[in-house]
Design a protein around this ligand. Structure first.
Ligand code: ZN
Length: 193
């Protein structure tokens, strides 16, 4: 089996982040776990930017809490089938930056580990999740702006309709579909030796 893939494992121990991978739980739009395991993986170029974002956040007294990062093609298909509004999920036939390992969904938490108020939760696929929506409170707007600055300064780009989603610029990274060894694949349950 080849291990020729560009992904790096992200963990609280190695990256000083919090993980709450909601697609490994029933707390997602599918209403059931999509991943068999809570594995957080990023393309090595995105991982480098994440390390910078972690430092940027720490300077302001915050940490990053990650909801999703690399998403295998099979998971993208399940999400596409579950999504009530296709604006918020990339067509698996075209491919998501999550499947390139270059996208990350995340928020900010304070020194007590509490998530900052962003106006909506993760995966709220409504107009309220859009940047600069007028119905979102001033404090949530400010929190979104803080995350935006932290992430863009580290090299990520935002998208207009999801405050939690950031990705490396460009679409030139290949989709990562078949090269993953089982121990790096969130869709595969962990083998007990
Ligand atoms: Zn995303």
């Amino acid at each position: 089996m080849t291990t020729d893939h560009p992904l790096i494992l992200i963990s609280p121990e190695t990256h000083d982040v919090l993980l709450d991978l909601l697609y490994a739980t029933p707390r997602n739009i599918a209403g059931r776990p999509i991943y068999a395991r809570e594995l957080c993986l990023l393309h090595h170029e995105a991982e480098r930017c994440l390390r910078e974002a972690v430092q940027n956040a720490a300077l302001a007294g915050y940490r990053l809490k990650i909801f999703d990062a690399f998403r295998p093609h099979e998971a993208q298909v399940l999400l596409w089938d579950s999504a009530p509004d296709k604006l918020y999920v990339a067509d698996p036939a075209i491919g998501s930056n999550h499947t390139r390992g270059t996208a990350i969904d995340l928020t900010l938490v304070d020194a007590q580990g509490e998530e900052l108020d962003m106006g909506t939760g993760f995966d709220d696929m409504t107009l309220l999740s859009h940047h600069f929506n007028e119905q979102v409170s001033a404090s949530a707007q400010a929190n979104r702006l803080l995350l935006l600055r932290i992430m863009t300064d580290a090299g990520f780009e935002h998208i207009a309709h999801e405050w939690w989603h950031y990705a490396l610029p460009g679409k030139h990274y290949p989709l990562i579909n078949h090269q993953l060894p089982d121990h790096m694949n969130p869709m595969r349950p962990q083998f007990q030796a």
